[in-house]
Design a protein around this ligand. Structure first.
Ligand SMILES: [Zn+2]
Length: 148
């Protein structure tokens, strides 16, 4: 369960295949009682005491540096660091494979020829594929892991 200012972190945790929910607002006590079994990630020290008292697993991360946030979360919870790419980066739903030909009109012509592994989000309709940007993501993840 991530605070609403952690959307970039959420996106990357989803790339790694994790079931991440983002709060629509700041943490409040109702969110805590409804999600006892989830891990809370927050940038706000003032929730630390409450989370600890409620026995909820949590991590406080720095406010603005998403790379450092990701690195800390991976190390703290000992998460796998493989780019699974089976979840929607925007809403977290599990993606379904889709045939390349069926989504042709949604892919920029320059990317279409080299792109592969097309996946569609059944919840929000977002389309994902692997292509030249995938190598960039792999390198970015390596850089992030070197940060902490
Ligand atoms: Zn989605």
């Amino acid at each position: 369960m991530l605070e609403n200012n952690l959307s970039k972190l959420a996106k990357w945790l989803r790339f790694l295949g994790h079931d991440v929910k983002v709060l629509e607002r700041e943490i409040n006590p109702r969110d805590l009682s409804k999600n006892q079994d989830r891990v809370f990630i927050t940038t706000s020290k003032r929730w630390e005491h409450t989370l600890k008292k409620a026995g909820i697993r949590y991590l406080v991360v720095p406010r603005h540096d998403w790379e450092l946030q990701l690195c800390m979360v991976i190390r703290h919870f000992n998460l796998r660091t493989e780019l699974i790419l089976d979840r929607c980066a925007y809403c977290g739903a599990k993606l379904s494979p889709v045939e390349k030909e069926k989504v042709r009109e949604r892919v920029p012509p320059r990317a279409y020829d080299t792109a592969y592994d097309f996946m569609l989000c059944p919840e929000c309709g977002a389309l994902f594929w692997k292509g030249t940007h995938y190598e960039g993501m792999v390198r970015m993840l390596e850089k992030v892991l070197g940060r902490c």
